[in-house]
Design a protein around this ligand. Structure first.
Ligand code: FUC
Length: 813
């Protein structure tokens, strides 16, 4: 007991330091649909909580539950023979033929992320619930529902515990014997339920052998369970065990029944037979029943209070690393959905913006944990058997966007699931480059899944035939190093994978008639050009995105090999090749050209801004170093407009921040936080935020949430130009504030405060003892450092050596 009181004291202290206890989403009505339900998760297990008083619905997910099995890496052995023909067509500027031939270099679709099941709690209560309240407290990662019926108060607390690997549901009534309810469990997949004992229910299930993407209507049977090979379609198991302090628990035909209790805890454990991307999930699968039993038995030995304390301690370890306050964090007691509605009408609510920022961090902590799968298109929360875009990993923007903020928001360990997936992709991706192009190295095309699919899928070449996913994902390997300064990781993990991704690029590049290195075929996801002859095409030569990604990879590798002092001949080769890469071009409208030629776009406001890769997430374009291209990028953004899907706006917040235009970035944050419809999946180009604060493409995609968090961080701190730029894009609306715990490249941890839109003080903690360059918009001094800051390109800079573990205080002069 003493130990627990001590823990609570520690937690309370941590809370008061950060003042983050008001970070709650809350509502005075139950959820009417999924976009109003509240997400909890421990990285592996996820739940959406609806909060109905009488008919509680808890929709469950498990992050390894996918359809399908290991990939066939050579589904189209004829593919390589078309490559020369496409290149010839492109040389002859026959874009139609190039488009047709690209479709011959395509393979199989990825599989789908599947829902696990639904748990229903049916309360036997007569009367209308009053004093209804439900929330998601993101400073503790606990969701609470409360209501009163006939003078009895009912409370439900739920959380997904990472340390104990179970979902915990604690139900209470304020009067003895008032808790009377049944527990039912089902699954949208193939399943059967069974009783393990009089207080334990189980669901055994099977995932489809194949699920066709929802956007393809090609198969009569889009969801197939039958698989004679035993190599497709994993098993899963869910168990619900009840601990009651009073009343009775029994098993009925429908499920479990609790009678005349007042305090009950439900333990939910789940697992699948997934045993690795290259193992048959059925015949060579893990024993999912054994896994569930282990999780359950481990948690079962602990009381609700113990589980709760473990959970909060574990969650806060990540969450409390960063705090943000703006303009004194005005309190707002309005339910979140109404707050969003008011905000959408133009009301100021900086605390809602802070909540959005921290909710994004909450979502990543809840959906991406070391050892598990990375956050997919919906994080870990999905209730569709054929989810939008298979709820997979779309690597031409969406997956990377999920992880843009992971390092800067001080969640570096949560990057590991993506970095681990990249390792697997390098294995299947090596076979893809060989089987589809006869090339070396590895790559991945526009999407992937738990099976590490890497081939070009079937469909429009504008998305299917984009082969630079490996090169883009390699940026994440590099960034994990630049933020942490972990040279062992760079040497042993990142560098070899990056080098192999570059090996593919080196093979993939060809010389154009001017001797410049270009990619051909080449697409600019997922846009369409119009040639001078009026042809609307997808496949051309050297799109700006292709060239920018390759330049980024080569530059990162050159730097890495210098840091490690290795591979000089390869470094020289990359340096030489980089100098021959087809360069950025400014088009006739003053814009950054998207295509090899200065063509028109079929859709001038297209949601993708692929050609701005060099501005963000790359570091090739900046107003400080390359003003000509930065101005062209700005023009491109003006022509594209501020519209777009949730993730598109998320990207635009980041690029406007990189253009050092905080007010424009802020305008987009406000648009991103516009309350949007709760029903349906209209696939429009509208963006917005659902009542549960999840991002709307629409439909729900989590990338917009994460992209928004990254954008807010980029407004407060940038470090991509080898200097720590304090408050680079502060909007007028955030005139006073403080942020603590952000990370910068060079392995620094940064606290910042500002008032009247000017830097007040910053503290930079050096994690590895590297050289630090600071940039601020006002003159500043560094305590204990005699050097003076100098005027530099519209701001002030200073460079000084740091000592590992020391903190440096920067004060406005
Ligand atoms: C890309 C986007 C779509 C959608 C999908 C998941 O293909 O162009 O808008 O976000 O990914």
């Amino acid at each position: 007991m003493k130990k627990f009181s001590y823990c609570i004291l520690v937690l309370l202290c941590a809370r008061s330091v950060f003042g983050q206890e008001d970070l709650k989403l809350w509502y005075d009505q139950p959820a009417k649909n999924w976009n109003e339900a509240l997400p909890i998760g421990n990285g592996r297990l996820g739940a959406m909580i609806y909060g109905s008083a009488q008919d509680e619905l808890i929709q469950l997910n498990e992050s390894s539950l996918w359809s399908g099995g290991p990939v066939n890496t050579n589904p189209n052995p004829q593919a390589p023979q078309y490559l020369d023909a496409i290149r010839k067509a492109l040389t002859e500027e026959n874009y139609q033929l190039a488009d047709d031939l690209a479709k011959k270099i395509q393979g199989l679709f990825t599989e789908s992320y599947e829902p696990l099941g639904d748990v229903k709690l049916k309360y036997n209560i007569d009367g209308i619930p009053t004093a209804y309240y439900r929330d998601l407290n993101i400073s503790t990662a606990i969701s609470t529902t409360r209501f009163t019926v006939n003078g009895v108060s009912y409370t439900r607390e739920m959380f997904a515990s990472a340390p104990d690997d179970v979902i915990v549901i604690h139900l209470k009534a304020s009067q003895p014997k008032a808790l009377n309810f049944t527990v039912e469990a089902s699954s949208p997949l193939l399943y059967k339920t069974d009783a393990i004992s009089d207080h334990e229910l189980t669901v055994y299930g099977k995932a489809p052998a194949h699920t066709d993407p929802s956007y393809m209507q090609t198969m009569e049977q889009p969801v197939i369970y039958n698989d004679p090979t035993g190599c497709r379609g994993m098993r899963f198991n869910l168990r619900i065990r009840i601990k009651n302090t009073d009343g009775t628990v029994s098993i009925t035909a429908e499920g479990l029944e609790v009678k005349e209790a007042s305090d009950v805890t439900l333990y939910l454990a789940a697992a699948t037979s997934f045993n690795g991307f290259d193992k048959c999930p059925d015949k060579d699968g893990k024993n999912e029943k054994e896994s569930v039993e282990q999780h359950m038995n481990k948690a079962w030995g602990k009381t609700f209070d113990e589980l709760r304390i473990n959970h909060i301690e574990d969650y806060k370890k990540y969450f409390d690393r960063v705090s943000l306050s703006i303009n004194g964090n005005p309190k707002d007691e309005t339910p979140t959905n109404r707050r969003l509605a008011e905000y959408s009408k133009g009301h100021a609510d900086v605390s809602l913006e802070i909540l959005y920022f921290q909710f994004g961090r909450y979502l990543l902590i809840s959906s991406s944990r070391p050892g598990g799968m990375p956050a997919n298109l919906q994080g870990i929360w999905n209730h569709h058997v054929r989810p939008p875009w298979s709820s997979n990993y779309t690597t031409n923007i969406n997956t990377e966007m999920n992880y843009w903020m992971v390092e800067s928001c001080n969640l570096s360990e949560l990057h590991l699931p993506l970095l681990d997936l990249i390792k697997k992709l390098s294995i299947t991706g090596r076979e893809t480059t060989r089987n589809f192009y006869g090339a070396n190295g590895w790559t991945i095309h526009h999407n992937t899944d738990i099976w590490a699919t890497t081939n070009p899928v079937s469909g429009s070449p504008s998305w299917a035939n984009w082969p630079l996913g490996g090169a883009w994902l390699s940026q994440h390997l590099w960034e994990h190093y630049t933020f942490s300064g972990d040279a062992d990781y760079l040497k042993n993990t990142a560098y070899p994978l990056m080098k192999d991704a570059a090996a593919f690029c080196l093979d993939w590049l060809v010389e154009d008639k001017n001797g410049q290195l270009v990619t051909a075929p080449s697409t600019s996801p997922e846009n369409i050009f119009i040639t001078d002859k009026g042809y609307k095409g997808t496949v051309s030569v050297a799109t700006t995105m292709d060239m920018s990604i390759i330049r980024d990879l080569f530059s990162n590798l050159i730097e890495a090999s210098e840091i490690l002092g290795i591979d000089e001949p390869f470094r020289k080769l990359l340096t030489e090749k980089r100098s021959k890469l087809f360069p950025l071009q400014v088009g006739k409208k003053g814009n950054l050209q998207e295509w090899y030629k200065d063509w028109e776009d079929a859709e001038p406001q297209h949601r993708h801004i692929s050609h701005l890769f060099g501005l963000f997430p790359g570091r090739e374009i900046s107003p400080l170093k390359t003003p000509v291209f930065a101005n062209a990028a700005r023009k491109t953004l003006e022509l594209r407009g501020d519209g777009g899907t949730g993730w598109s706006k998320g990207w635009k917040i980041n690029v406007w921040a990189r253009l050092l235009d905080g007010n424009h970035a802020y305008k987009l944050i406000r648009e991103q936080l516009t309350l949007t419809g709760t029903e349906g999946t209209n696939y429009s180009n509208a963006g917005g935020t659902y009542p549960n604060m999840l991002d709307a493409h629409p439909p729900f995609q989590i990338d917009g949430n994460f992209g928004g968090v990254s954008g807010i961080t980029e407004m407060l701190l940038q470090s991509h130009l080898a200097e720590v730029h304090l408050l680079p894009a502060l909007p007028d609306a955030w005139s006073n504030g403080e942020v603590k715990g952000l990370r910068a490249r060079g392995a620094f941890e940064v606290n910042l405060s500002w008032s009247k839109s000017q830097l007040k003080q910053a503290t930079i903690k050096s994690l590895t003892g590297s050289i630090c360059s600071i940039r601020a918009n006002q003159p500043f001094t560094v305590k204990g450092i005699a050097i003076k800051c100098k005027e530099d390109n519209g701001g002030y800079t200073m460079t000084f050596p740091t000592k590992k573990g020391s903190a440096y205080i920067i004060l406005k002069k």
